[in-house]
Write a protein that binds this ligand. Sequence first.
Ligand SMILES: Cc1cc2nc3c(=O)[nH]c(=O)nc-3n(C[C@H](O)[C@H](O)[C@H](O)COP(=O)(O)O)c2cc1C
Length: 253
Amino acid sequence: MFRISIDHNSCTGCGLCVSDCLVNDIELTNGKALPHNENCFKCGHCIAICPQKAVEPDNGREDIKEYDEDFFTIEPETFLNVVKFRRSVRHYQDKKVELDKIEKIIEAGRFTETASNSQGVSYIVIRKEIPQIREIAAKKLKRLVKIGYNIKGLDIDKDDFLFRNAPALLLTLAKSEVDAGLAASNMEIMAVTQGLGAFFSGLFVMIANHDKKIKDILEMQEDDKIVTCMAVGYPNVKYFRTVPRKKANIRWK
Ligand SMILES: Cc1cc2nc3c(=O)[nH]c(=O)nc-3n(C[C@H](O)[C@H](O)[C@H](O)COP(=O)(O)O)c2cc1C
């Protein structure tokens, strides 16, 4: 990924990068911060924390943005309302999702935190291949239901039960379900902020990870694991209010 260098002309030896480095990979020598680039797992905290902008990666600079309060903050109530008002959208307009909107959604996934900063989440965008994949997955689901798989009253004969005629599917793949799940959650919010709707097709994930034909179409490797499948498109449904939820089960200690 990148190696860190620290410009000693700008470094004031304040030690902020040293104390914020989780893996103790920077030391203060003669009043200057010295990166070892040995244990570094590229979390970038040293880049983010330096008041002098003295810490530089040897690539990936295009990802670095200076903090700007106007564009980097959101009111707590606004954020909570976005979370509360988000719905699983299961009716879509017959309209494609623009490439730049899909790219922004994936960008939200890319910048989501991962355990040990592994950044091990990958993505598959499905558009053209939806009909082919839908046919294989629906057939398989019907077979599963026949032999007793319980989908609790859901109507599998309904038109496109799996993807609800959404024009695009965004899959996250990772060894870590937590990493991919966190990424997917931010991706869904990113879709919402762009006027799109989304829902997660857990049924498709269950089927796809065990179906060789689907895995071949998606050119998945043997050890690739789909964690989420988010259907996305322009909503053909309007919601007017938020909905009740169970009270939070909290144990205060
Ligand atoms: C992991 C996961 C899997 C889901 N799988 C499906 C699915 O296969 N089909 C579907 O219609 N909805 C699916 N959903 C959507 C849930 O049914 C939905 O989130 C829940 O009913 C609450 O509704 P809301 O999202 O509108 O708040 C899934 C949601 C999650 C988080």
